[in-house]
Design a protein around this ligand. Structure first.
Ligand SMILES: [Zn+2]
Length: 242
């Protein structure tokens, strides 16, 4: 095979690997931000549960004050009973005591219901807090993993760039410039396989005479449509090719 073509194939392999690593490095922070959305949801749920709990606490306190006032009222009413001499007034007074005690008992029932709700809301709040802690731990783990990956990818990138430098220095200046121009205009792919008489870059059918030249691989051949450099892999070599 033409030496320059071999170098171009190598250059393309390196550039594709470099591009893919750069993309992975660039998208690493996105993994965290998608996880951060779950954390925000968990935090919001915890805040809602806390707000609800505080609300119930306040209601409980109010109910307790209400009950204190009511039992004081009932106690005072009972105290006055002996002072009432008139029978009609006495009957009315008893009815008033009865009502006060009924109201007090109803308020005490309401307090019990509130206390049960408080217990349930405390359980819910605890569960939501655990969820928030789990989400925080997940993000920490992803961050640590990302940092490790980025260091590893950085080392890999350095190695590839050095390799690329060695290869690119061997490519003829004109050919190299042409390669760079195609890379820029053809989504990062300048060297492609010609397979079954078809350019794998743009899918055009390659004229038979040109395909024979590509197979011979003595000269560098460009695709008549997309201008990419074309190379041919013999079927028995396909398995070993990159
Ligand atoms: Zn093409």
């Amino acid at each position: 095979m033409n030496e320059q073509l071999k170098l171009l194939i190598d250059l393309q392999r390196l550039d594709s690997a470099i591009l893919s690593i750069r993309l992975n490095i660039d998208t690493a922070p996105a993994k965290i931000s998608s996880q951060e959305a779950s954390l925000k949801n968990a935090q919001r749920a915890y805040e809602d549960a806390s707000r609800h709990h505080a609300d119930l606490e306040k209601k409980k306190k109010n109910k307790e004050t209400e009950i204190e006032d009511m039992s004081e009222k009932a106690r005072k009413l009972k105290q006055r009973t002996s002072e009432i001499k008139d029978n009609k007034a006495y009957q009315a007074h008893l009815r008033e005591i009865e009502k006060a005690e009924k109201d007090l008992s109803a308020a005490e029932d309401e307090l019990l219901v509130l206390m049960e709700s408080l217990e349930a809301s405390a359980t819910l709040m605890g569960a939501q807090k655990t969820l928030v802690e789990k989400e925080v731990a997940k993000i920490e783990a992803i961050k640590r993993e990302n940092e490790k990956d980025i260091i590893k990818m950085g080392e890999e990138l350095k190695k590839l760039k050095e390799e690329r430098k060695t290869v690119s220095e061997k490519v003829d200046k004109d050919t190299y410039n042409q390669y760079i121009n195609i890379i820029k205009t053809s989504r990062g792919i300048a060297v492609v396989e010609a397979k079954d008489e078809i350019c794998q870059g743009c899918n055009i059918h390659i004229p038979p005479q040109l395909f024979v030249e590509i197979k011979a691989a003595e000269e560098i051949v460009n695709c008549p449509q997309c201008r990419r450099f074309l190379y041919y892999i013999k079927p028995e070599q396909a398995k070993d090719s990159p």
